[in-house]
Design a protein around this ligand. Structure first.
Ligand code: G3H
Length: 537
């Protein structure tokens, strides 16, 4: 391992192509179709990347508007006006017209790939490779969403007749959607709700996460150019000042939030008519791996390494606790320790880098506290460099002999610490899952199909995805992504998201000659945007 103290560089020595270009003019916002320059107070964006000139805090990447309640409510009014009770230009556009706007957006978005990747590196410390992946995956998600919408619309373009009633059943928008994504996937996860909500005809307020704000700025012009005024509006600032008044207004129809269950609960309670608020939530998780005695150890090591340390363990789907059968725990730990020690820690643009600066300023201290709590109660660090730290850099630590007296046993560490629990009887990890507040995913490693089948049948009613001999993950994005208990509300996937942000609505009539001729005329002369049989190719 390199000396952590030697990793940060002088700013001047960093190659130009890794330095964000838009940082100097980032105080932009988009409200009611106006792409404005903010002249009020600013909030500085401090990078987790230090340079040798910045001793006290990370490099200052730029600044974003520190909005207040007035601006937040202006953004809300813009979205309400653009929706106009469902009669605004955007919600009443045909699906084909909305798709054309989205295609224009994709075209403009693609031109920002390099700059967004640079900002992902500087704002949240994501490696260049993973930053490109996040961008490309998002573009694919939008394209797949368009195709899924075409399919949905094709299936809805015919009439249904039952019990003498003739009906056309389609999906209609819900209203104003407040979208808030997480800092670990500030582009991708924000867009996995924003894009389907938008294309279904809703109007949007979006607040970037606490970290990863500037990287959305290069897209403001694309939102401005591709969609009618007021359809997409940005809000920045402190939650209490900007989000609370918006929620308290009762004018938000859908809350799309990916973050902690604690914040989600607060936001929901602020809405005066909870039954009118639809929530789409991606929340906390503590996904376990269960490594059985007959597991292929090399596969288990490879997958648990990826599962617990990709993007430094800062994924909601990360493996956050590993249960290993006592008969193989020594071999597993030896191999895992070697693999972890071989990881490269460094700056996000370095070739082959695995571990990068941690995005949240308080995270290294928090992880160190988790480790010292566990060690004081009988755990030990397995790998020689485990837990070594310098500023935002934290070398991954494997902890062995973890048990239920330790905070790490239940808390979601969201960082590079791998707690390993040794078990004798498989009921021990199963009881852990049953007693957990979370229910997103689990991974099982083993070979015996009978035992795996038994575990599957128990786990599928505790979590929403069981991975066999593989790490936990969200993708492919056409698969449903959700969770039980405190882990989620609503299901996301390319096609599920279109359903989540819309409601089935139908036009129905009795099958009489008069009614049939009315419907025929409406359809033949294209008199209605909703009631029509147009087929999108
Ligand atoms: O942070 C949670 C993300 O949804 C994880 O997605 O499994 O593709 O990294 P991923």
């Amino acid at each position: 391992m390199q000396y952590l103290e030697k990793i940060f560089q002088p700013y001047g020595s960093i190659p130009e192509n890794f330095i964000p270009q838009t940082a100097k003019f980032t105080s932009k916002y988009l409200i009611n179709g106006k792409l404005g320059e903010w002249h009020g107070d600013l909030h500085q964006v401090i990078s987790p990347i230090f340079t040798t000139e910045d001793e006290e805090h990370g490099h200052i990447v730029g600044a974003y508007p520190k909005m207040g309640t007035t601006e937040a409510l202006a953004a809300l009014e813009a979205a309400v006006k653009a929706y106009n009770h469902g009669y605004g230009e955007w919600p009443s556009m045909s699906i084909g017209e909305r798709i054309n706007c989205m295609k224009k957006f994709i075209f403009m978005m693609k031109q920002q790939r390099e700059e967004i990747a640079r900002l992902l590196m500087w704002e949240i410390g994501k490696s260049l490779t993973d930053s490109y992946k996040e961008f490309d995956r998002t573009i694919e998600y939008i394209k797949d969403t368009i195709e899924a919408l075409k399919d949905l619309d094709r299936n809805s373009s015919r009439f249904t007749i039952s019990e003498g009633i003739l009906a056309q059943i389609r999906r209609a928008p819900l209203g104003v959607v407040l979208c808030m994504g997480p800092f670990n996937y500030p582009l991708n996860e924000t867009f996995t709700t924003l894009i389907p909500a938008l294309i279904m005809g809703n109007t949007i307020l979006f607040k970037p996460p606490k970290l990863g704000v500037l990287l959305l700025t290069p897209l403001l012009n694309a939102f401005h150019e591709a969609f009618p005024a007021g359809v997409v509006n940005t809000i920045y600032g402190r939650g209490k000042e900007v989000i609370t008044p918006i929620m308290e207004s009762g004018k938000v129809d859908v809350l799309a939030f990916i973050g902690s269950s604690k914040v989600a609960d607060l936001l929901k309670k602020e809405h005066p008519h909870p039954h009118r608020l639809k929530c789409v939530l991606g929340l906390d998780a503590k996904n376990p791996a269960i490594i059985l005695k007959d597991a292929d150890i090399d596969t288990a090591v490879k997958e648990t390494l990826l599962g617990s340390l990709s993007f430094n363990g800062q994924r909601c789907t990360a493996l956050k606790i590993i249960f290993v059968h006592e008969s193989i725990v020594e071999t597993y730990l030896k191999k895992l320790s070697e693999a972890v020690e071989n990881l490269k820690i460094g700056l996000p643009w370095e070739d082959g880098v695995n571990i990068t600066p941690l995005a949240e300023a308080g995270k290294p201290d928090y992880l160190a506290e988790l480790i010292s709590d566990a060690v004081s109660k009988g755990a030990s660090i397995v790998n020689p460099n485990g837990g070594k730290r310098y500023k935002s850099l934290f070398f991954p630590a494997i902890l062995r002999n973890v048990n239920d007296s330790m905070n790490i046993y239940r808390e979601e560490q969201f960082g590079p610490v791998i707690p390993v629990v040794t078990f004798k009887n498989v009921n021990e990890p199963l009881n852990y899952v049953i007693g957990s507040n979370y229910g997103q995913q689990a991974s099982i490693f083993g070979k015996d199909s009978g035992q795996i089948a038994h575990l599957i049948d128990i786990l599928v009613n505790q979590v929403c995805r069981v991975n066999i001999n593989a790490q936990c993950q969200r993708g492919p994005d056409i698969f449903p992504f959700t969770g039980r208990k405190d882990s989620a509300e609503g299901t996301l996937s390319v096609s599920d998201a279109l359903r989540v942000f819309s409601i089935r609505t139908l036009v129905a009539t009795k099958e009489t000659d008069l009614n049939k001729s009315i419907l025929t005329e409406i359809v033949k002369d294209n008199k209605s945007k909703f009631l029509n049989t147009d087929f999108i190719f």
